[in-house]
Ligand binder design. Structure first.
Ligand SMILES: [Zn+2]
Length: 90
C-alpha cells in the first residue's frame, strides 16, 4: 500500500468544510498511513472501500494506539481506498 500512503498529507476535516481554515494533517510518527491534526484532535487513515461502506459517523473505530475512537466522516478516495476521519472517543 505504498501508493496509498505517499503523496500530500490530507486536508484536516475541519478545513474541508471551512474553506477559510484549510490546513493539512501531519503524519503520525511511527505509523504508516495515519495522519493527525493536533489542533482539532482529528485523525485520518485509509480504509478499503468495503470497510468504508460499512462505517457510519459515530461508529467505533480502533485507534492505532489501542484506544477507542469514533468515525467522524469519510473523505476523498485515495490509493484504491477511502480516507476516513476519526477522533478519540470522549
Ligand atoms: Zn485541523
Amino acid at each position: 500500500m505504498e501508493q496509498a500512503t505517499s503523496g500530500p498529507n490530507p486536508l484536516c476535516e475541519v478545513g474541508r468544510t471551512h474553506p477559510r481554515d484549510r490546513h493539512r494533517m501531519k503524519p503520525v510518527e511511527g505509523q504508516s498511513g495515519v495522519w493527525e491534526c493536533s489542533r482539532h484532535d482529528m485523525l485520518a487513515t485509509i480504509v478499503d472501500k468495503e470497510r468504508a461502506d460499512a462505517l457510519d459517523r459515530g461508529d467505533p473505530f480502533p485507534m492505532h494506539d489501542g484506544r477507542e475512537g469514533v468515525v467522524v466522516r469519510h473523505g476523498d478516495e485515495r490509493g484504491g481506498g477511502v480516507l476516513l476521519y476519526y477522533r478519540y472517543e470522549g
